[in-house]
Design a protein around this ligand. Sequence first.
Ligand SMILES: [Zn+2]
Length: 456
Amino acid sequence: MNIERSIFREYDIRGTYPEQINESSIKLIAHAIAIRCKKDGVNTLVVGRDGRLSGPSLLDAFCSGLLESGINVNNIGLVTSPLLYYAAKKSISKSGVMITGSHNPKNYNGIKMVINDNPISGTEIYSLISNKDIDQVKNGEIEYSDIKSEYIDEVCKNIFIKKPESLKIVLDCGNGSAGCIAPDLFKKLGFNVIELFSEVDGNFPNHHPDPGKIENLQDLIQKVSEHNADIGFAFDGDGDRVGLVTNNGDLIFPDKLMMLFSKDILSMKKGSIVFDVKCSNQLGSVIQENGGHAIMSPTGHFHIKKSIKENDSLLGGEMSGHIFFNDKWYGFDDGHYAAARATEILARSDKSISELFEEFPSSSSTPELNISVTDKTKFTIINKFADECDLEGEKITIDGLRINFKNGWGLIRASNTTPKLVLRFEADSIDEMNNIKGLFLSELSRICPDIDINLD
Ligand SMILES: [Zn+2]
């Protein structure tokens, strides 16, 4: 049987169901993961799935592939990725696999893995795929457990909220798997919770579970205003990313949310904070002003997690909305926990959430912009651009090319996960931001005249 090489990616495995990932191919992937586990002395895996329609049958096939390879399985069923990471952290083997399509269209599914507390790349698993019969071993054993109440109890002990009943919170789970945990968690924390789309439904009948796109936040914004709520949160399909909407209905970009978390954490502890190359310059300034050490990292789960470990950082975050608390939590990205931390700060203050964000420097910035290219050409384009770019400024080349100018910055990099170039611009004023954007785009068309520069 042939498995497409392209579904094994730098950080995970992802493809369409049933064409690229199906019950037979996921069994072969399970055999390969079993080989990887044994290399590390791991003989038990926690496994779970998000709410996609293909999830139950893929998880069953995956479990049987592990069992016949002699791996023991703890099946925690329908969960979010943070719940799976949490269960893996609590297990003796510190290893787990999540069957998830994250925020991708509903016909997608995939795999995120942690083995011995380390993220494992899809490409490494691809190198272990074999069509040979597996060696005859004693079958593994399977048990079923529910991690949710243990998780909720631990978050409730971890977070202190004064008078939670006075806060009205809207939660939009977008029919993703966050619906199985976020409403229960926030009710247990004592808030006045208003729910949107908590029923897990892999058809995503209301809007797509991707809070990174403004069109997916319209229901949340409307509900916050309708109920005069204090804050609103939206989660992506597997609950590892969060989007925040203020009492005024404004969407807060994740780098601004990181400013709020950084200031709060640094008031209690000093240390470093990691953020990706797409984040605002202002975030680095806020971290430094509050006595922290700011570390800029390449974009991607793998890099942020690695940097947090290497520097024993207090917090990590990405512009995409993945936020990793490591001050008094476990250092994995957890959308519902991040939401609970934001409400902890709000509850402690006598200000509204919009007033709390107003305390930070404002700037004009674009969201993430994309130019479609191909997976084959994206890195060549970026390398050529970085080599030949004549723009004057402080050049940062940890991931693509970011240039800091006097009043702002611009970034162009290759997406790790899609056939796209990623651009972002920020400056003191809209005019200056558009100016920097114009400089980058004209430089791009000079260096790579064949690219169709169509920003989306
Ligand atoms: Zn996700």
